[in-house]
Design a protein around this ligand. Structure first.
Ligand code: C5J
Length: 224
């Protein structure tokens, strides 16, 4: 498959590629969730859902591997470093009761992936205690077991969990691409800066492309 990507074309084989969807969780995206209680405009994030749905649908129909992550901790918070929980002076901390259950705790309604992008049987679903998808998760082993070398990312937020995961993947030798209109931040200038950082210096972290460019590459691959 060939994508007309930035800063130059991105080539991957579907059988060695995975679509990695970062933290599309109710608490970050839905009105009335944790993200909104922190004063964020969640409509910025929910605006990418239709494009993410289109990509996920096309990727599934093509038979590609799908990985979903959730930023979520164990109920006893044994995997939540005190430095993460206690930093600053937030009104709600990880593990506290929030509008959709305990904040960022596995199994709570707010920690679930939004229904529009709900995982299907056979797809990989990982709870991660950090911002990066590789830290303290079995992701690297699962990808290597499946001979995956190329990762196409979407999800939230661009400059936090998405960028951290891409950098972790890049350091582990994966060729990474971020779908520009399938990622978002509560701070649009942070998203713009993250995209610039990723593709600068000859794709120092990876490539970027639009969902339309991926859909077109998938359609071309399907015709061959
Ligand atoms: C994610 C965050 N998923 N912004 N978390 O980016 O804290």
């Amino acid at each position: 498959m060939n994508l007309d990507a930035n800063p130059f074309p991105y080539c991957c084989e579907l059988s060695h590629s995975a679509l990695v969807i970062i933290d599309m969780q109710r608490d970050f995206i839905e009105p009335g969730g944790f993200g909104e209680t922190l004063g964020n405009d969640v409509s910025l994030l929910s605006a990418i859902v239709p494009a993410c749905m289109q990509v996920l649908d096309a990727w599934r129909r093509a038979g590609g591997l799908v990985v979903h992550t959730r930023e979520a901790h164990r109920a006893d918070l044994s995997d939540c470093p005190p430095a993460k929980r206690n930093r600053g002076n937030p009104t709600l901390r990880i593990g506290d009761p929030g509008p959709m259950g305990r904040i960022l705790v596995s199994g709570e309604p707010g920690a679930e992936i939004i229904p529009e992008l709900a995982p299907r049987p056979g797809e990989i679903v990982l709870d991660k205690p950090g911002k990066g998808a590789f830290y303290a998760t079995p992701l690297d082993g699962l990808l290597r077991q499946g001979s995956i070398t190329h990762l196409l990312f979407m999800g939230v937020t661009t400059e936090v969990c998405v960028q951290t995961s891409m950098r972790e993947a890049n350091d582990r030798g994966y060729d990474c691409l971020l779908l520009e209109d399938c990622t978002e931040s509560y701070f649009p200038h942070f998203k713009a800066a993250a995209l610039e950082m990723i593709l600068a210096q000859g794709a120092i972290v990876g490539w970027t492309a639009t969902s339309a460019q991926l859909l077109s590459a998938l359609a071309d691959a399907g015709r061959q």
